[in-house]
Design a binder for this molecule. Structure first.
Ligand code: ARG
Length: 273
């Protein structure tokens, strides 16, 4: 078995330089040394679990490049590059494309008129791709992927601006098992989730607001932001080990553990692995 393989980007140029989601406030700003410490703790926790961590070179003027989950979607050796809704983030794509081309992936692009924000909005749970749309990604982008890859896509409308990417409110643990924040979806979306994921763990509002759902799963270990005691206890009762890492500096940009990582060999729950 090859070790899990994850892409991260150090926060050298991290900051709150624009406001494209309700968490971001330029007046609050970010504490970069603190962000570095927190990022390092996440990095070291992953290394401690035997993960091979690849590093993308940070770039000045790209404060959100740290959120590698948004680079694109991985499917085997194929990298589907994001088409960001906001121009400030679209500038990241050439750096991502160069990295993936240099690391043995086939770089592919969606048609120009479809926004798509990568693994932030598209998560495999078993063989199906759960796809969050409306706030960042377009439903057409996910449908396009479904056709190209010959996979089932389950679109989920995101209705709460604070949970603007699917990975802020939904985290597959294994095929048929996931954690989610019910209030981020409409009743139809909740029904889709309940129909297709037999074991669903609901995260309570205060812990959802700490981005407890934005977790990284490595085997039976779930790394998530600190101060989510109920989630930690629930995970334990489901046979998972929870590993809290404080990532509050990144919450200021609307991100946490999952956003700071991109699983290059497929997330733990992806049926195609
Ligand atoms: N500030 C970034 C944005 O709004 C944060 C991205 C977080 N990434 C994620 N996968 N949820 O685009």
């Amino acid at each position: 078995m090859k070790p899990p393989y994850i892409l991260m980007c150090p926060p050298d140029y991290y900051g709150i330089e624009y406001e494209i989601n309700p968490w971001m406030s330029r007046s609050k700003g970010a504490n970069v040394p603190q962000a570095h410490r927190q990022w390092r703790n996440l990095h070291d926790a992953l290394r401690g679990l035997g993960v091979t961590v690849e590093l993308l070179t940070p770039q000045p003027g790209l404060p959100d490049l740290v959120f590698t989950a948004n680079a694109g979607l991985i499917f085997k050796e194929r990298f589907f590059s994001s088409r960001f809704r906001h121009e400030v983030r679209a500038r990241e794509s050439p750096y991502n494309d160069t990295w993936f081309a240099a690391h043995g992936f086939t770089v592919e692009h969606l048609p120009e008129d479809m926004y798509f924000e990568g693994a932030g909005d598209a998560l495999f749970c078993g063989s199906a791709l759960f796809a969050g749309y409306r706030i960042r990604s377009d439903v057409q982008g996910h449908q396009y992927l479904g056709e190209v890859l010959g996979i089932q896509v389950l679109p989920l409308e995101l209705v709460n601006p604070r949970f603007y990417h699917l990975d802020t409110c939904f985290c597959p643990l294994a095929p048929g098992e996931a954690i989610y924040y019910p209030a981020a979806f409409d009743s139809y979306g909740r029904k889709v989730l309940q129909t297709h994921v037999p074991k669903l763990l609901a995260v309570a509002e205060p812990e959802a607001h700490r981005f407890g759902c934005n977790a990284v799963v490595v085997g039976k270990t779930v790394i998530h932001n600190s101060n989510c005691p109920q989630l930690a206890a629930d995970l334990l009762s489901w046979g998972y080990h929870s590993e809290p890492v404080e990532l509050d500096e990144f919450l200021k940009a609307g991100g946490s553990a999952k956003c700071l990582t991109l699983r290059l060999d497929g997330e733990e729950a992806a049926g195609w692995r």
